[in-house]
Ligand binder design. Sequence first.
Ligand code: G1P
Length: 280
Amino acid sequence: MSPDRKVRKAVIPAAGKGTRLLPLTRTVPKEMLPLGRKPVLHHIVDELLEAGICQVLFVISDDKTCIPRYFDDGSDRFQSVIQPRQRGLADATLYGEDFAGGDPVAVALGDSVITSGESKHVTRRLIEAYESLDAGCVIAVEEVPVADASRYGIVKPKGDAGDVFEIDDLIEKPPAGNLPSNLAIAGRYVVDPVIYDMIRGLEPGALGELQLTDAIRMLLRGGHRVWCVRLRKSEKRTDIGTFASYFEALIQACCRDEELGERMRTVAAEEIAGAAICER
Ligand code: G1P
């Protein structure tokens, strides 16, 4: 395991096609869609910088060069690499190996936004957990309805699952009848560089893709310890990959705007009242 456990670098996989948001994503990557005053990715980058991250690598496809252009501040704080073929999250993570340079990295999915009312955002707590525990990987998890669990990576806690807990297994998109828990991987990880060897040994898994969940499973099988940090009640993850979830995140961002939030909440209330009259 890496001797320096300080987590100062983050990788954001953002090469996915965004087909479920067409035609919106025909020329704008889903990660650059507006959420209030800033694009989705800007919220994620702010979250990472607040958590102590100093350097960010975007893993993009060749038609998403607007992402590095947006973040170009003339420094090497923001970098990008092109993943030519989308072969899964583990493959995207492997594109960050040179950037990691032997250091641990946070991995933050570019289409998952996590809002938090906590003094320390879950990503900050994730990094602190990694830095203080004996861990090959630390994962943020959230409770999901049992009926939805097969859409996620699901963890199997070792004993009681408190705020921070150890796991002894995890499975990507488990079949409905075989759920180890209802605690789902929530799009944020910290991984030790030992993960890259695991990824190189991976076979395609769920959806025929190279799954990060499977690489973490190999870490466990290799004797490394894996911990989870649970999202708290005030924390909500939204995957902006569908219109339903994107609209939800958009409405939330507009209604919480510091300057215009009150007005936007009035607009929303008027819409609801108008819809109620129409329904009568
Ligand atoms: C990915 C991960 C999965 C995780 C989910 C939400 O799945 O593979 O383990 O639960 O993100 O963070 P995807 O939504 O890309 O199918």
